[in-house]
Design a protein around this ligand. Structure first.
Ligand SMILES: NC(=[NH2+])NCCC[C@H](N)C(=O)O
Length: 540
């Protein structure tokens, strides 16, 4: 049941008005309190309506359409106030919940998106920022699909650069890490390298030689590099499997080293670079953008230059309307430079690029380390939270892991992206709180009585209608979440529905048909956030 499409169709059926769905979407509110009306349309926000006469005609269009969903419509102070046939609307919400055909599209055309998400670095552990990029990126991808668009999920894996030369040297001296936790092992090796190189400058010299060999694709050194990458990669796949995240394309940065040289040449040829010693630099006309380093020595490539090559490749492959990068906000300048350089090269599609930044993330107030200062892997975090759930609620191991995943995923999407999020073991699994645990538990254990012959009550109480009325806003919440790139819009929407329903139940003012609509809608919202809720419908 999509009230936005309904109103849009009613108006556009006439020859007089052809409104854009996007205009209607921003002008139309399902009022918070349904006392005045069920739908308010602010006509000042609709470009096609400019005069009093237009306002009057629009009113008449809706009146003469005599759509059965619309009970009454009046014009007050440049606003259209629409009252709906509550029973009919509710009945249609019930049908939607039964058939699970969620009609959430509010866009006339289907658009194409790429979402750069996760993009961890091999040869070290996945950080909480990478984890949150994965969860936010996947939620956004599912939201894009739910809204009827096409998404390409892209993993731009960090597998190139000086860090790998250091790791190769470290592995030569101190051996490969053990199998249990290779990425923790690699991170320790990197750390060890830094400590040792303070006393032993030979290490840095050897790393520089290795990096040069890597740059020239020396087969023996490439084999050492490849081994490190493959071992490291497997662990990330375990995380993706657990979270049910599947990428359209996973390309290491190493795949762009040659294309990066071409981009460099293109920049030099367009006269937007300057050479300072061995370095090639772009100065921007805007003073506030810091100069960008394109190359430091012959034949090498830098993160930015590889990213420019990858962006061009992405555009050629996917021709997306939107290219999103869900990446830590400390890289804000990098993305400003990336976009501006593409503009300076004359790529008109540069405006499709948006950096959706991620704020600071912590575990118990710190980075992913335990109380004795040891690194924890993301898999380790899932297990830790699962263990805590098992102890607290006596869940089976399998159930605890599923709840752990759902809880961590929800926790990382429930705040606006740029806000700090902390995984606090004592609060994230507390029941009846604003967390993933409570929502999963609620939708999976709420007792629903029967399904087949449900129908909504003849007369809905005020509170009952207010809850269903809130659910009618789903397509708009989804559109707003996509507009701002914020899955948190849906997380807080789910929580609001949950609270209202709990309240209804405590007043014994619920009804099986309403329970059914609510639980199915909440489940759908959780699916769209990639929370692994069970398919089955409560206990009978
Ligand atoms: N296309 C991109 N730059 N994606 C993000 C890459 C993130 C990078 N690997 C990092 O961990 O910092």
């Amino acid at each position: 049941m999509n009230a936005f499409k309904l109103v849009h169709a009613v108006i556009n059926k006439s020859d007089q008005f052809q409104l854009e769905m996007s205009d209607l979407l921003s002008a139309m509110t399902l009022t918070v309190s349904s006392e005045t009306a069920d739908i308010v349309i602010d006509l000042k926000q609709i470009p096609a309506v400019t005069t009093n006469h237009d306002e009057q005609s629009l009113l008449e269009v809706i009146q003469t359409a005599q759509d059965s969903h619309i009970q009454n419509v009046i014009l007050v102070n440049h606003q259209l106030l629409i009252s709906l046939d509550r029973q009919l609307m509710s009945q249609e919400l019930l049908t939607q919940a039964k058939t699970e055909e969620w009609d959430l599209q509010t866009s006339e055309q289907s658009l194409r998106f790429t979402v750069d998400m996760s993009s961890p670095n091999l040869g070290r552990t996945m950080t909480l920022t990478h984890l949150r990029s994965t969860t936010v990126g996947e939620a956004l991808s599912l939201m894009i699909e739910a809204a009827g668009h096409k998404v390409y999920r892209l993993n731009h894996i960090g597998d190139w650069g000086m860090a790998f030369a250091r790791l190769i040297v470290a592995v030569r001296r101190w051996g490969l890490p053990d199998d249990d936790n290779p990425n923790i092992g690699y991170s320790k090796l990197q750390h060890h390298f830094y400590e040792e190189s303070e006393f032993n400058p030979e290490l840095d010299i050897e790393a520089a030689v290795v990096f040069n060999q890597l740059t020239h694709k020396d087969p023996k050194v490439m084999a050492e590099w490849k081994q490190i990458c493959e071992i490291s990669r497997k662990r990330f796949d375990d995380v993706y499997d657990l979270m049910n995240v599947h990428f359209t394309s996973e390309t290491g940065e190493s795949a762009y080293t040659e294309a990066a040289l071409e981009v460099k040449q293109q920049l030099v040829d367009s006269n937007i670079t300057s050479k300072e010693l061995d370095a090639i630099i772009v100065h921007f006309p805007e003073k506030e953008i810091p100069q960008a380093l394109i190359q430091t020595g012959e034949n090498d490539s830098l993160y930015l230059t590889r990213d420019l090559a990858a962006a061009i490749d992405r555009h050629e492959k996917f021709h997306a309307d939107y290219n999103w990068y869900v990446v830590g906000n400390e890289q804000a300048t990098h993305f400003i430079q990336l976009k501006r350089i593409l503009e300076m090269l004359g790529y008109d599609w540069a405006n499709t690029i948006s950096h959706l930044g991620i704020g600071f993330n912590s575990y118990q107030g710190r980075r992913l380390i335990n109380s004795s200062g040891e690194l924890i892997s993301v898999n380790g975090l899932f297990n830790k939270v699962a263990r805590r759930i098992m102890e607290t609620y006596q869940f089976s191991e399998e159930e605890a892991l599923r709840y752990s995943l759902g809880t961590i995923i929800f926790e990382s999407v429930k705040y606006p992206r740029l806000d700090h999020f902390d995984i606090d073991l004592s609060t994230i699994i507390a029941n009846e709180q604003y967390n993933g645990f409570s929502l999963m538990y609620y939708v999976e254990t709420f007792s629903l009585y029967g399904e087949p012959n449900l129908s909504v009550p003849q007369r809905l109480s005020k509170e009952q209608w207010e809850l269903l009325h809130l659910i009618l806003a789903y397509p708009q919440k989804l559109a707003q979440g996509l507009q701002s790139g914020e899955p948190s819009e849906l997380a807080s929407f789910a929580y609001e529905i949950y609270l209202k329903h709990k309240n209804l139940v405590s007043q014994e003012n619920n009804h099986p048909s309403i329970d059914y609509i609510v639980i199915k809608t909440l489940k759908n919202l959780l699916y769209v956030l990639n929370i692994p809720v069970k398919d089955t419908i409560g206990r009978e």
